[in-house]
Design a binder for this molecule. Structure first.
Ligand code: G1P
Length: 279
């Protein structure tokens, strides 16, 4: 059983300055809900109720968001505005929240390793909240789809999506043999290759299930692309030692780490999901 989901939320959000100067980028709202809450709801919907946040300096707003605000509760209890709190109350009822701080920014692999003290020796999910994933109507979320696969195959799994080759340099990229149903056994993984060096156009999206041996591998993984400890490199080692799967998920994904993707997500959620007075 997987119970935990790790959220690396220590990054700076430079692309959204000045908005992110004193506010965590994960608190930027898509319409009325912070990006990180979408991710936490996706985890909880997959029954990953133990939320492990790897935070950093200047990120206290995230911890406060996943706690009760007594002033607010007092102020609006019993009033017509109380329904605006429903959606976050639901998350607080189901989830438990733990956090640790990443003191230096040394890459995604380093952030995951920093979370070892919260995860321990068990398989866990990882959600990068910059990648907003929304399920198709009457379908389950991406993390729930991946948990089902994990229960069947018991190895690390990465979510993938085909992207135009000219955008491939923004992503980790996989190559592998298709096993059917959009599932690949990874034979090669490379972080942010130039289009001419990319083995395929199958990009890793910010959803992972990792088996706990990843921590020992990360400890031994030297800095890679951009001088950072790359999760992609550690996963490549895992694939060589055993098995890593890549899964073409069902649903929509928006790159909310970029301004155009953020705007696209905002328009989509406003037009298709948000309804005045609900969440
Ligand atoms: C990270 C990973 C990359 C992955 C991407 C998905 O990169 O290193 O492999 O494809 O997330 O969003 P980042 O976007 O943090 O630079």
């Amino acid at each position: 059983m997987i119970r935990k989901c790790l959220f690396p939320v220590a990054g700076y959000g430079t692309r959204f300055l000045p908005a992110t100067k004193s506010m965590p980028k994960e608190m930027l709202p898509i319409v009325n809900k912070p990006l990180v809450q979408y991710g936490v709801e996706e985890a909880i919907n997959a029954d990953l109720n133990e939320i492990a946040l790897v935070t950093g300096r200047g990120k206290r707003a995230i911890a406060d968001h996943f706690d009760i605000s007594y002033e607010l509760e007092n102020q609006i209890a019993g009033s017509s505005k109380e329904r605006y709190l429903d959606c976050i109350r639901n998350v607080l009822e189901k989830g438990t929240f733990m956090m640790t701080r990443q003191r230096e920014m040394k890459g995604l692999g380093h952030a995951i390793l920093t979370g070892e003290c919260l995860v321990g020796d068990e398989a866990f999910g990882v959600i990068l909240s910059d990648d907003l994933c929304l399920n198709n109507e009457d379908d389950e979320g991406v993390m729930a789809q991946m948990v089902k696969l994990y229960n069947q195959f018991r190895c690390s799994i990465v979510a993938i999506q085909e992207v135009p080759l000219e955008e491939i340099e923004k992503y980790g990229v996989i190559a592998g043999e298709e096993m059917g149903d959009g599932l690949f056994r990874v034979s090669s993984m490379v972080e942010k290759p130039k289009p001419e060096d990319a083995p395929t156009n199958m990009a890793v999206i910010g959803r992972y299930i990792l088996t706990p041996d990843i921590f020992d591998i990360l400890r031994e993984t030297p800095p890679g692309k951009n001088g950072e400890v790359q999760l992609t490199d550690a996963l490549m080692t895992q694939a060589q030692n055993g098995c890593v799967l890549a899964y073409k998920f069902r649903g929509k994904r928006f790159d909310c780490g970029s301004v155009p993707g953020f705007i696209e997500a905002t328009n989509y959620v406003y037009e298709n999901i948000y309804a005045e007075g609900s969440s």
